[in-house]
Design a protein around this ligand. Structure first.
Ligand SMILES: [Zn+2]
Length: 133
């Protein structure tokens, strides 16, 4: 162990001066940032696209916003039927949107909830379609 290695201070300087080029130019498999939103009922976070955005477009008027870009105060609900039920039965959604929900709006949203394809529902539908084929 008497090799003429560079002095410790020199070695440290070399390590610090390590060129940065190598990893900086390489495009790593860095995952894309997925915007996360929270269901106002169960407070689960999920990818924005997995949630339904509801937006208040006027006094007591609430619309489903599939684009997620409408102007107005928005709230998100996940695809669970029980979350929609709770949101529409109680004041959770109304509070989240800082408004009151007329019965007509609640009915409309409930209809929309019924059309939501839950993963389980879609799978069951696909299975049923196969059986019929
Ligand atoms: Zn939920």
């Amino acid at each position: 162990m008497t090799s003429p290695s560079p002095s410790p201070s020199q070695a440290r300087a070399q390590a610090a001066a390590k060129p940065k080029g190598g990893s900086g130019t390489k495009k790593g498999p860095r995952p894309k940032h997925v915007p996360q939103r929270m269901c106002v009922v169960c407070r689960d976070h999920a990818a924005k696209r997995a949630l339904t955005r509801l937006v208040r477009v006027g006094d007591g008027q609430v619309e489903v916003d599939p684009s997620g870009r409408k102007n107005g105060r928005g709230a998100y609900l996940c695809a669970r039927p029980e979350c929609w039920e709770r949101a529409l039965k109680g004041e959770l959604l109304a509070k989240a949107l800082n408004t009151t929900l007329p019965t007509a709006v609640r009915d409309h949203l409930r209809d929309h909830a019924a059309t939501l394809a839950t993963p389980e529902g879609a799978a069951a539908e696909a299975a049923a379609a196969k059986e019929n084929a």
